[in-house]
Design a protein around this ligand. Structure first.
Ligand code: FES
Length: 194
């Protein structure tokens, strides 16, 4: 699914915060913070399934996190200790990877997820103006969700659709040659009226 954003980034830093840092940080929206909401049974089972399906793979952490987000729409902070325990990592190491990659969310997304490509080819074809229009229209910035829960806006970095720039990703589907009128129609289709 939406794994494009990962490609444009370097590997995560080798030095991670300590577990104590993770549990006390309040400034990072992806931080587990001090009040971690317990997983319900279905979510716990989904996390366990993602762990079981990928734990034996080399570099299992990323496939597991992708599996959790594909199943639940985000990586709940309460999943971090489960993943850490399964891979014999610290919670800080798992949290460090979640924080590093834009792709991973620590809070549930809106009913629709709209990604706008901010990479070079799309920028050259008017993505900045498109981005400004969408932010104005939705009244939110990147990694935010409209108050009615209809749309989460995310930045993505090259969808492999440069020939049809500017590009967007709506609920995992790549759209190309996006104009202001087209993005307005896409937003309307999400149930978000002007
Ligand atoms: S730069 Fe936007 S799709 Fe490649």
């Amino acid at each position: 699914m939406r794994r494009f954003a990962d490609r444009a980034r370097s590997p995560p830093p080798q030095s991670f915060a300590t577990d104590e840092d993770v549990m006390t940080s309040r400034t990072d929206s992806k931080s587990p913070g001090t009040s971690v909401v317990e997983l319900d049974d279905d979510s716990r089972n989904a996390v366990s399934a993602a762990i079981e399906s990928a734990a034996a793979l080399p570099g299992a952490l990323l496939p597991i996190l992708h599996g959790i987000q594909d199943a639940l729409g985000f990586v709940p902070p309460a999943a971090v200790p489960m993943v850490a325990g399964a891979l014999n990592l610290s919670r800080a190491e798992v949290h460090g990877v979640i924080s590093f990659y834009h792709h991973f969310r620590s809070t549930p997304p809106g009913r629709h997820v709209l990604g706008l490509c901010r990479a070079e080819a799309c920028q050259a074809m008017g993505a900045r103006a498109l981005e400004a229009h969408v932010r104005r229209r939705l009244g939110i910035g990147f990694n935010e969700t409209t108050a009615d829960g209809a749309v989460t806006l995310e930045a993505v970095y090259c969808l492999g659709n440069c020939a049809c720039a500017p590009s967007a990703l709506l609920d995992g589907e790549v759209r190309g040659r996006i104009s202001i009128e087209m993005i307005d129609r896409l937003i309307d289709s999400c149930g978000k009226q002007p």
